[in-house]
Design a protein around this ligand. Structure first.
Ligand SMILES: Nc1ncnc2c1ncn2[C@@H]1O[C@H](COP(=O)(O)OP(=O)(O)OP(=O)(O)O)[C@@H](O)[C@H]1O
Ligand SMILES: [Mg+2]
Length: 248
């Protein structure tokens, strides 16, 4: 594994001001993520997980402190960081393959785009549905297309905000396993926000635990378990209990 720091947040704070008052969403966040690393961020609702991810994505600016990506200050969104949201956000009037090709066409050119589309569809096992429209897909299939679209940017980092949470338990489990496979094949850096402690433990190498009001990082845990992970082992159960206690 490479030891380059890809994401670095130094003393980052974020306060939102609105008509009814101010909310300190993040305070004094120090966070780093190495290249190829898979990190999950867990914590109670409102503790600032999405805000943290949006700062890394360049969709939100810190109120204090500094955020860096690949050694450069984050000034806005970029092709080097692709975001997957809770819902797939596909264009309903475009086929699966057009949903993936359209955003990258001008950046990559037609020939490269065609190759990439084929490759990412294969990775998420959706090649047979390239001509389908979003309304013809199940929720899990649509979310796989959204992941394929994010991968098509060939980003240095995938930033995922509860990407599996809208799915039923079985589909979620299947997609988690597929996603682990995909991560090991593509070697991408992944930062995943999730409510689901079990999901964080199945997927990631490190779990960042946040606590609310204001959102701070309480602890970062290394998960020393080999992949694929088994939920029934004592170590897994102990880690789950420990994290659950920490976020309450
Ligand atoms: N654009 C905004 N304007 C005002 N306040 C905001 C804005 N975005 C987030 N907040 C506030 O910042 C805090 C953190 O919100 P955030 O969405 O980051 O939490 P979260 O941990 O992702 O929660 P959830 O698990 O429910 O998605 C909340 O108190 C929220 O009300
Ligand atoms: Mg959120």
């Amino acid at each position: 594994m490479s030891s380059n720091v890809l994401v670095e947040l130094q003393n980052v704070g974020k306060t939102f001001h609105s008509a009814w008052g101010s909310v300190e969403a993040l305070r004094d966040i120090n966070f780093s993520c190495f290249e190829s690393e898979f990190i999950s961020i867990v914590g109670a609702s409102g503790c600032g997980k999405t805000t943290l991810l949006r700062i890394i994505a360049g969709l939100e600016k810190p109120s204090s402190g500094e955020a860096f990506f690949n050694g450069e200050k984050i000034e806005g969104p970029g092709y080097d960081r692709a975001v997957v949201f809770q819902e797939p956000r596909l264009f309903p009037w475009l086929t699966v393959e057009k949903n993936i090709s359209l955003p990258i066409q001008s950046q990559k050119g037609s020939q490269k785009t065609e190759q990439i589309v084929e490759q990412v569809l294969r990775l998420v096992e959706m090649s047979n549905f390239r001509k389908a429209y979003p309304y013809e897909l199940s929720g899990g299939m649509a979310q796989r297309v959204a992941i394929a679209r994010a991968l098509a940017f060939e980003p240095k980092a995938l930033l995922m905000d509860e990407p599996f949470s809208a799915l039923d338990a079985q589909t979620r489990s299947r997609l988690q396993l597929q996603f682990i496979d995909l991560w090991r094949k593509t070697n991408r850096t992944v930062i995943l926000v999730t409510h689901d402690i079990e999901e964080a433990l199945i997927l990631s190498q490190k779990v960042v635990i946040m606590t609310p009001s204001p959102g701070t990082i309480k602890e970062t845990l290394e998960i020393p378990l080999a992949y694929p992970r088994n939920k029934d082992t004592l170590e897994f159960i102990e880690l789950r209990k420990y994290i659950l206690k920490s976020i309450l």
